[in-house]
Write a protein that binds this ligand. Structure first.
Ligand SMILES: NC(=[NH2+])NCCC[C@H](N)C(=O)O
Length: 403
């Protein structure tokens, strides 16, 4: 099985999604901010929206893999099960007594049930504590709203916890506490699931912070990396070194993005819709700059040039005259509203064909005027975590772009 991705727009063959489930039902007005959601989603409707998204992809011949299925299959491998169990038990929050109770609880779960717990977490009242097997001081002092194992409601955004560059997978190192454990799951899947045997890695968790939403494969050999709230300059540098060493790219564009919720990742302000066109948030388009990092010869340090305007630096690195820009929305206020609702965050299925949220009416009209076909999907509930079709997908196979 060959997984291969060298662009944002080559015809999509296989994609990793996560159908949201009980982990979304953990969100309450008490914890939604720390769990990185702006509202409390209606779980059933979010699932319907997500199913429609997956159906739209399948209808166009895309193979859809679900993270929970891969995880369940991975947990059938003894080493993977031991490793993932060990990882949740190692949390210093637990202490020895509670750790022993949780270990007992997990030991009896079959792979599917264990996958559920690793994704949806374990609530205080779900752990059966009896007088013979007490939970100790930690369990006693826990608030009944606390989680024994924290849920992962942002797993929905599969873009961020792993990424593919050509034939290598990168398991990322997520910045926010609420998301760190996500990459333990993707790491186990790629290391132990039979489908991925022999796959080489271009990034590993535990390295400098890097999230997939910040990584844009502008063209074969040219990668843009946003640095801001989620990916650090050190993460961008590390990715650069690793892709250069593996011969996966010759140029990295490091693009500073404002450290704000609305622009947490580069893909919240810019996504590609054609081999030479981006959909971009006009309120930042002209201000966005890039540093060009070019691979050194024979292990020399990479060369850093810039800053230069992002669009110029990108076109130069891609060796094209210019990168065409399609604006999000028309006037600044509509643009701001539609950027917030992930109008920028389209997923390309092929050059000039992409999926976007239907609610971003002006942006979608702009795309159509520019000759880009948009497949609209509903996202009233899915969008409450601030992520669109690109965030909710991790492409594993795209047809290579010929240059
Ligand atoms: N690639 C993206 N833009 N992902 C969006 C992730 C949204 C998620 N709630 C977070 O804050 O992390």
């Amino acid at each position: 099985m060959t997984h291969y991705v060298d662009s944002e727009v080559g015809r999509l063959g296989t994609v990793l999604l996560h159908r949201p489930g009980p982990e979304l039902a953990r969100l309450t007005p008490r914890n939604n901010d720390s769990l990185l959601f702006d509202a409390i989603p209606w779980v059933g409707r979010a699932q319907e929206e997500h199913d429609a998204f997956a159906a739209a992809l399948r209808e166009r011949g895309v193979e859809v893999l679900y993270l929970a299925n891969l995880l369940t299959e991975t947990l059938a491998v003894a080493d993977a099960r031991a490793e993932l169990t060990e990882q949740v038990l190692s949390s210093p929050r637990l202490g020895d007594t509670l750790r022993a109770r949780v270990a007992d609880h997990l030991a009896y779960l079959d792979p599917a049930a264990l996958a559920d717990v690793l994704i949806a977490g374990l609530a205080h009242e779900e752990l059966r504590i009896s007088p013979e097997r007490p939970g100790g001081i930690v369990y006693t002092l826990m608030d009944r709203h606390d989680f024994v194992i924290e849920p992962l409601p942002n797993l929905l955004f599969t873009r961020d916890s792993s990424l593919w560059i050509k034939n290598r997978v990168g398991v990322t190192s997520l910045a926010m506490r609420a998301r760190r454990r996500e990459s333990t799951l993707t790491n186990a899947i790629y290391r132990h699931h039979p489908r991925f045997v022999g796959t080489e890695f271009v990034y590993q968790p535990g390295l400098e912070h890097l999230e997939g939403g910040d990584v844009l494969l502008l063209a074969p050999g040219v990668i843009a990396v946003g640095v801001g709230e989620r990916t650090t300059p050190a993460g961008a540098e590390r990715l650069g070194r690793q892709v250069f060493a593996a011969g996966l790219a010759h140029t990295i564009l490091v693009v500073p993005v404002a450290q704000k919720r609305a622009t947490m990742h580069l893909d919240t302000v810019c996504t590609m819709v054609d081999v030479d066109a981006v959909l971009m948030y006009p309120n930042v388009a002209d201000a966005l700059s890039a540093y060009t990092v070019i691979a050194g010869a024979d292990g020399d340090d990479p060369r850093v040039d810039g800053p230069a305007p992002f669009l110029r630096a990108a076109a130069d690195a891609m060796d094209i005259d210019q990168l065409r820009v399609i604006d999000t929305g028309l006037d600044p206020v509509t643009a701001e509203r539609e950027q917030w609702d992930d109008g920028n965050n389209t997923l390309a299925l092929a050059p000039r064909l992409c999926v976007g949220y239907e609610r971003n009416v002006e942006t979608n009209a702009q795309l159509e005027r520019a000759g880009i076909e948009l497949i609209p999907i509903a996202g009233s509930e899915l969008g409450s975590g601030r992520g669109g079709p690109r965030c909710m997908s991790c492409p594993m196979v795209r047809e290579p772009l010929r240059r």
